[in-house]
Write a protein that binds this ligand. Structure first.
Ligand SMILES: NC(=O)c1ccc[n+]([C@@H]2O[C@H](COP(=O)([O-])OP(=O)(O)OC[C@H]3O[C@@H](n4cnc5c(N)ncnc54)[C@H](O)[C@@H]3O)[C@@H](O)[C@H]2O)c1
Length: 398
């Protein structure tokens, strides 16, 4: 059983608590810190937590606490992590790890110096659909991964601090792009270096200083390309979709908005439908089990299994740092309108990886470009001469 201090009793703190203490979980929240006493108390009552406080350190240092779960606004992550290092308590932190790579690097170095367990709570690489898709990718079902796109768009976040660039550290690129970048990175290979980023960003709708809509490309050293599409201006709910293209196959994932559960209601008795749903009448797209579909259950299972077995979880502060470094380059590119290098002062993956090559030999003389079966019953091959470079067509059946 893991004994947990929850820092933050808001939106994600409650989702995490539902997952941590849901089903027949043996893990327990033993202390809750929240800024306001009434929120801390309410959370303690709702989740049967024996200790509540409005002093963050009191929660971290509580003698019963073994692991601290940071569910605080972005600008408070670093201070909370450093306090865990001082108290020598294991720490798991929500996304994004830092407001930028500089903060994330300080957090990574601090936990490693303190020698404490650390996990990065990137739930969307733990969804059941993602895990299955990733297993297929690792088994080679898609061949070489050439392009991995991830999209997260919704009508905007639920608390004031997100909309303040100082506290949040950015707009939708940081808030949602962190998920998309880690999804792309995982499909492409976390040991493959992200080298440069091209990004468009704008503030199209909301009266804020940060961006509310962005599209970016992340180029990897092996030539693979990651793509993120993020928005706080999308209408219609929470759109979570991934597409992966490989030399041998394709995967399309729709994780939230169209999961195969469609419902119509006149609105009578209507209530909560799903995260960021904009309507509770008419045709609706509910989600069967949000905690599971969003990956929280599998994420915490990995975190606590790793902690108990003295291993690293799949997502660590190092991953959070790499994600922040990629997003820093995206912000630079959105301003400069150029490809910007990803600055990774700490890199633990492969170096000098060659570009992907997927040439298929037809025979000694030719490469195979394409095999085609036409609608008029003719089967043909398009071939390229290896020496001369000439492209020829060979008709197998007329
Ligand atoms: N899918 C996900 O992984 C996911 C989803 C939502 C939010 N998050 C992350 O979780 C963190 C918290 O987001 P949230 O949606 O729970 O926010 P929230 O506003 O709903 O809750 C914030 C909590 O922090 C506490 N707090 C302490 N000091 C504060 C301060 N100075 N200002 C505001 N709140 C303060 C509040 O009391 C509250 O309990 C953020 O880093 C966010 O990016 C992750």
């Amino acid at each position: 059983m893991a004994k947990i201090a929850m820092l933050g009793s808001g939106f994600i703190g409650r989702f995490y608590a539902d997952s941590l203490q849901g089903q027949r979980s043996r893990d327990k929240i033993v202390s809750i810190y929240s800024r306001r006493e009434e929120s801390a108390k309410k959370f303690a009552e709702d989740y049967k937590v024996p200790h509540f406080t409005t002093a963050m350190l009191e929660s971290i240092q509580h003698p019963d606490v073994e692991v601290v779960c940071i569910s605080l606004p972005n600008h408070l992550h670093e201070a909370a992590v450093l306090a865990c290092c001082d108290a020598k308590k294991a720490v798991i932190c929500t996304k994004p790890l830092g407001r930028n790579a500089e903060e994330a690097k300080r957090m990574l170095e601090a936990v490693e110096k303190a020698g404490i367990f650390h996990g990065y709570l990137e739930d969307l690489v733990y969804t059941p659909k993602f895990i299955k898709a990733w297993e297929s990718v690792r088994a080679g079902a898609l061949g070489k991964i050439l392009w991995a796109k991830s999209r997260e768009t919704h009508p905007g976040p639920h608390s004031d601090w997100f909309w303040d660039i100082e506290q949040a550290g950015g707009g939708c690129i940081l808030d949602l792009g962190c998920h998309c970048v880690e999804i792309g990175r995982t499909f492409i290979g976390k040991d493959i270096k992200p080298v440069e980023v091209m990004c468009w960003a704008d503030t199209q709708v909301k009266p804020i200083d940060a961006e509310d809509h962005a599209i970016g490309l992340v180029k990897y050293e092996n030539g693979a390309i990651g793509q993120f599409e993020v928005s706080w201006t999308f209408r219609g709910g929470l759109d979570l979709r991934d597409e992966v293209m490989g030399s041998e196959g394709t995967i399309w994932l729709n994780s939230f908005l169209r999961t195969g559960f469609d419902m119509f209601t006149s609105g009578k008795g209507a209530d909560y439908v799903a995260e960021k749903a904009e309507s509770n009448a008419g045709w609706l797209f509910p989600v069967g089990d949000e905690l599971n579909e969003l990956g929280y259950n599998h994420m915490f299972t990995d975190m606590f299994n790793a902690m108990e077995n003295d291993q690293l979880p799949r997502e660590t502060f190092y991953d959070g740092y790499v994600v922040n470094a990629i997003l820093d380059a995206a912000y630079k590119s959105a301003k400069s309108k150029l490809w910007e290098p990803v600055k990774l002062e700490i890199w633990r993956g492969k170096e000098g990886v060659e570009k992907l090559s997927s040439r298929t030999d037809y025979d000694d003389q030719y490469y195979l470009i394409k095999e085609e079966m036409t609608h008029y019953g003719s089967k043909k091959l398009i071939l390229k001469d290896k020496k001369t470079g000439q492209v020829v067509e060979k008709v197998l059946s007329e």
